[in-house]
Design a protein around this ligand. Structure first.
Ligand SMILES: *Cc1c(COP(=O)(O)O)cnc(C)c1O
Length: 557
């Protein structure tokens, strides 16, 4: 049918499908109303449950059978199609949602994301980004100051995730360790040194940079999941005495599962003394993977004694302890920061900061290799970024939250999350069949395990960690907790109970066996004490159901 319609007619209706370039209040009404329509349909999916709509599994087979139609549809017809994909989606901000380090974005950060979506700046250069380039510089400077860098010396850019921030840190470190590697290729081994608790993105980065995953040296960690300094020193000495190069030492400032924080000050002192001892031409690059922990910098100048926000005693102790370590971020040459984790911004909003912006020149390409770009303007991050096109969304979302929340807002949100975790820890600790694994933890995450009645939870953790005779029981307890998790999870997907998560390996025991843990990660500002109590209630109920199953099985034998 459309074959007989001159295209100009169709074009006219397609024009309505775009934001109007020239002021048109009637059309603006249509834009806003269309968004409202979508939000209204989403609202119909809300209930008391921590998910939208009814639980459903993705139908990949059906998805693969789909093809583009000849004729398009109206916006009104497309909206419900799009909204249908929210069916079964987790509501991260729900008070009973404690799944992982996933925040619910603030409204300001959503609007910060929306504006660049409408006007599509490209942060590669101020030619195409105009003042959005300035927003990136502003958000970078504010954050640099927050973590203790001198904003007039530091440089930052937003990239594709925490993994991207690490990639930039190690890439610069590699160029320092093997000058010319970017031009001539990596012709010599160079290693990344990090703790065994570091994020797997270290492996990813080593893989993608051509260093090879086997060149990630993972050293032991303490029970609080921080890097064991004696092991680190031994590893570094071994590497240097063999004459091998160090692309980067990665300090993990807040591990993903357990909020372990490395002693950055000691690591910095160690690299300095070893560099002198081995007469290295360059200090080994020190990257702080602070994608989780960075936000605690807002407590750098909080008066913990006065405690004007009136956090509970246990909370103050935890916040102060975390801040004590996070407070040394300025010693790192580069820092990775995820606003989309503990910064309450939507994906992806990740900032890599370098203490010295000149470090970017180590990875810059020459202008001649990029003939169609950078003909005007003065600010061209695209000359050293991995990405050619970079959206303004991450920078604008971060800026929105820095402005909206200020230090106090962040203190309140993080302090509340930690306070709720403390409430949970108290409740778990006081129950004879439950045990907290990361007891020394100072963050918003609680790892815990349930045990059958016959187990003495007083010494079980110690035995699981270091008693070889106890291996069979450890494996059985892992399984026991997996089954409890599956019940809690199934209940949650049905709209009841709480959404927790499970970690398959909170850490290994002395013999390399994984220790499974139930995990509660609180970030939601809507969490409250009664919800924390219900976490314990649901886990205990699931535990009883698992026990009952086992009784039936035992009797059947
Ligand atoms: C999440 C995480 C990363 C990876 O960040 P993405 O934003 O998911 O790419 C790196 N390091 C740590 C410690 C993390 O928790």
């Amino acid at each position: 049918m459309s074959e007989s319609v001159p295209y100009q007619q169709l074009l006219e209706s397609l024009r309505q499908a775009f934001p109007q370039p020239v002021s048109d209040p009637v059309h603006d009404g249509y834009v806003v109303f269309s968004m409202l329509r979508a939000l209204d349909q989403v609202d119909a999916l809300k209930s008391q449950a921590p998910i939208l709509g009814t639980p459903c599994e993705p139908d990949y087979a059906k998805a693969r059978r789909e093809r583009i139609d000849v004729e398009g549809r109206t916006l009104e017809a497309v909206i419900p199609e799009l909204v249908s994909y929210l069916q079964g989606m987790f509501i991260w901000g729900h008070p009973r949602s404690q799944i992982n380090v996933v925040p619910n974005p603030t409204l300001a950060s959503v609007i910060g994301t929306l504006l660049p979506l409408l006007y599509n700046p490209n942060l590669c250069s101020d030619e195409s980004a105009r003042r959005f380039a300035e927003a990136e510089v502003r958000a970078s400077a504010m954050t640099a100051d927050l973590v203790g860098y001198d904003p007039s010396q530091a440089g930052g850019l937003f990239t594709f995730g925490g993994t991207g921030t690490l990639l930039y840190g190690v890439k610069v470190g590699l160029e320092k360790a093997l000058p010319g590697a970017g031009q001539h290729g990596v012709r010599e081994d160079a290693v990344i040194v990090a703790s065994e608790q570091s994020h797997y993105s270290c492996l990813n980065v080593a893989n993608w940079l051509g260093l090879g995953q086997q060149n990630v040296i993972r050293v032991g960690s303490n029970l609080d999941n921080s890097i064991r300094l004696a092991d680190l020193e031994q590893a570094l000495r071994g590497i240097l005495s063999e004459g091998r190069k160090i692309a980067a030492i990665v300090a993990t400032m807040g591990t993903t599962d357990a909020f372990g924080i490395d002693d950055l000050r000691a690591i910095d002192a160690l690299r300095r003394s070893l560099a002198a001892e081995f007469s290295l031409p360059q200090l080994p690059h020190l990257h702080a993977d602070a994608v989780i922990g960075w936000a605690w910098s807002v407590f750098n100048d909080y008066d913990f004694e006065e405690n004007p926000l009136a956090f509970r005693g246990r909370t103050v102790r935890s916040l102060a302890s975390a801040q004590h370590d996070i407070g040394h971020l300025r010693l790192a040459d580069s820092v990775g920061i995820d606003f989309h984790k503990t910064g309450y911004a939507p994906y992806s909003s990740s900032l890599v900061l370098f203490r010295d912006y000149q470090d970017f020149s180590l990875i810059a390409r020459s202008r001649e290799t990029m003939p169609y770009l950078y003909q005007s303007g003065e600010h061209h991050p695209g000359m050293y970024t991995l990405e050619t096109t970079r959206s303004g969304c991450g920078a604008m979302a971060a800026l929105a939250n820095l402005l909206l929340l200020g230090k106090t807002g962040y203190r309140v949100l993080l302090g509340h999350a930690v306070e709720m975790a403390e409430v949970l820890r108290e409740r778990v600790e006081s129950h004879p069949n439950l045990s907290v694994l990361n007891g020394e933890n100072v963050g918003p995450v609680t790892l815990f395990r349930a045990y059958p009645d016959c187990v003495d939870t007083f010494n079980v953790k110690q035995r699981e960690r270091s008693d070889r005779q106890y291996r069979t029981q450890l494996v059985a307890h892992n399984d026991y907790n997996r089954r409890i998790y599956q019940r809690v999870h199934a209940e949650a997907l049905g709209g009841h109970g709480v959404t927790l998560s499970l970690t398959d390996c909170y850490r290994q025991n002395d013999f390399g066996d994984p220790i499974v843990a139930l995990k509660s990660y609180v970030l939601s500002p809507f969490a409250d004490e009664s919800r924390m109590a219900s976490v314990v209630k649901h886990v205990l109920a699931a535990r009883e159901a698992v026990d009952a199953e086992d009784d039936v099985a035992a009797r059947a034998k």
